[in-house]
Design a protein around this ligand. Structure first.
Ligand code: PLP
Length: 277
């Protein structure tokens, strides 16, 4: 597998990460995961814009232009011969002796790779089981930073309960999942948490809302409660790797009779169509 590390394309074994990289010490950096369909980056502009937004918010200046970055990522896809997969990229603040204060003059460090990943067809077909859990994260969940400890703990909690993922909530208001956004359907309307500081502004969420509009399915971006989640006609999650995946149970109770619902199915079909073209 070929990695892009700083200015070089290298086999994974030859990538040398400094022990003083601030990503390693502090999780001090920004990242993106971009889908590759038919050998092409999906929604690359939106991912780039979000990366820049995160970088600006954490006071980090990206050293490459948009064109340079996207050219490099496309080169990575080509060198790894990825047709259906993902690109991962991260920028850490740089390399410096450990100190909380931002280092003077340190250059952000880029690391990226591309790999094969099939669409999760079985989960998309059959749905996933979820458990609810307190959202213990900080108040800037809109930033895609390397600090993912709470997310990894949440995912592990789900697995320990025999579920596939968590649905997080703050005092009874549903936010999102460990690595995806959550939505419910009630009386034919999609409801999903507003894109504020409490959730990641998912690119797939945005694509889903765009498709819903095109299909004439009404959608509301507003907070919804755990009670609304339990009483929903349908529940689904959206994310770069999971696309639109139905949720068939919450805390052991079935959602929409334990079967993916019709609105979710329409969105899935529209999404499949969108990535075909
Ligand atoms: N929410 C969280 C916490 C995530 O980590 C992700 C993606 O990794 C998402 C939502 C979905 O975002 P996207 O659709 O851009 O992949």
């Amino acid at each position: 597998q070929i990695y892009w590390y700083q200015n070089q394309f290298l086999p994974k074994d030859e990538v040398r990460i400094s022990p003083e990289d601030r990503g390693y010490y502090f999780g001090d950096g920004a990242y993106e995961v971009i889908r590759v369909y038919h050998g092409k980056l999906f929604e690359a502009d939106a991912h780039y814009d979000r990366l820049v937004r995160t970088a600006e918010a954490i006071h980090m200046t990206l050293p490459l232009s948009k064109q340079e970055l996207l050219d490099g990522l496309n080169e990575l896809v080509k060198r790894n011969q990825v047709q259906e997969g993902t690109v991962y990229l991260q920028y850490t603040r740089g390399i410096a002796p450990r100190a909380h204060s931002f280092p003077q003059g340190a250059e952000p460090v880029l690391m990226a790779y591309a790999g094969d990943l099939k669409r999760p067809l079985a989960a998309m077909e059959n749905g996933i089981r979820t458990v609810t859990m307190d959202d213990i994260r900080w108040l800037r969940c809109d930033l895609k930073t390397l600090n993912l400890l709470a997310n990894t703990m949440a995912k592990q909690h789900a697995l320990s309960q025999g579920a596939d993922d968590v649905i997080l909530h703050r005092q009874g208001t549903v936010t999102e999942c460990s690595a995806s956004n959550a939505a419910i359907v009630k009386n034919g309307r999609i409801i999903t948490h507003p894109a504020n500081h409490l959730i990641l502004h998912g690119i797939t969420r945005m694509v889903m809302l765009r498709l819903a509009e095109r299909l004439g399915i009404p959608a509301e971006e507003r907070p919804f409660t755990l009670d609304e989640l339990q009483a929903a006609d349908e529940v689904f999650i959206t994310g770069t790797t999971v696309e639109v995946t139905p949720v068939v149970s919450v805390d052991g109770l079935p959602v929409s009779g334990g079967q993916p619902g019709p609105v979710t199915r329409r969105l899935q079909e529209a999404f499949s169509e969108a990535i075909r073209s």
